[in-house]
Design a protein around this ligand. Structure first.
Ligand code: E4P
Length: 224
């Protein structure tokens, strides 16, 4: 399962990349606004320069008309270069834009997915990734994890190349469910990402090992 960082803060991205080689970064307009940088393309260029060249960078269009989305997407790809994935919300106009962009060879991530069929339509339109909003679906009273699983099953049964990119997580259990089901990718905010693997329990075990070892061999003693 590909794991991406759902944030645009350079310090957080760098810290996480130093811990583990994640597969890329996803942003949306809200995430970019939180950096305080009034020039979002500048922020995206900085992220692109920070992460490895083979890591993916997903960035979203703001336009709402299909032709404008296409124009915006092409501009973003021309500035950000290879391994850019243009996030297009699955509205009626968005579906049209996904179709045009995919036919022109631009990588599209269909986003703001709140149901199985919108995702399926986006896969048919040629999107490479499908981003269901798991936690937002939960908040609406639906089962976000189940909807992500149903999208995966339906898209794979139909033989489309699109992968689910589970998004909008608020806890590590939701992410774990994605992995156990074989879902291709997830994007996770730094706090939830750290909670997946770095929950302090291993650190506590290490402290106990050191305490026991020092009791026998002396303070500060290692294998050196
Ligand atoms: C993906 O990049 C989505 O935009 C993001 O995961 C949404 O997360 P939120 O529901 O926490 O805003």
């Amino acid at each position: 399962m590909l794991i991406l960082i759902d944030d645009a803060d350079l310090t957080k991205i760098e810290e996480l990349y130093n811990m583990y080689p994640y597969d890329g970064v996803t942003t949306n307009p809200t995430i970019l606004s939180k950096t305080g940088n009034p020039n979002p393309m500048d922020q995206l260029k900085k992220i692109r320069a920070l992460i490895p060249s083979d890591a993916m960078l997903h960035a979203q269009v703001l336009s709402t008309e299909a032709d404008d989305m296409v124009k915006e997407a092409k501009h973003m790809v021309s500035v950000l270069g290879e391994n850019t994935y243009i996030k297009v919300p699955v509205t009626a106009n968005g579906l049209k834009a996904i179709s045009i962009l995919s036919k022109e060879g631009i990588n599209v991530t269909a986003t703001a997915i709140y149901g199985v069929l919108p995702a399926f339509m986006a896969a048919k339109a040629g999107a490479k990734f499908l981003a269901p909003y798991v936690n937002r679906l939960d908040n609406l009273g639906y089962d976000g994890v189940q909807i992500a699983k149903d999208i995966h099953t339906m898209v794979k049964s139909a033989g489309y190349e699109a992968e689910v990119l589970g998004a909008s997580f608020k806890n590590s259990q939701q992410v774990l469910e994605m992995g156990k089901f074989g879902i291709g990718s997830v994007t996770v905010n730094p706090d939830t990402l750290k909670a997946l693997a770095f929950n302090g329990v291993a650190e506590t075990a290490v402290k106990d090992f050191i305490h026991d070892f020092e009791g026998c061999c002396g303070e500060g003693k290692t294998m050196l």
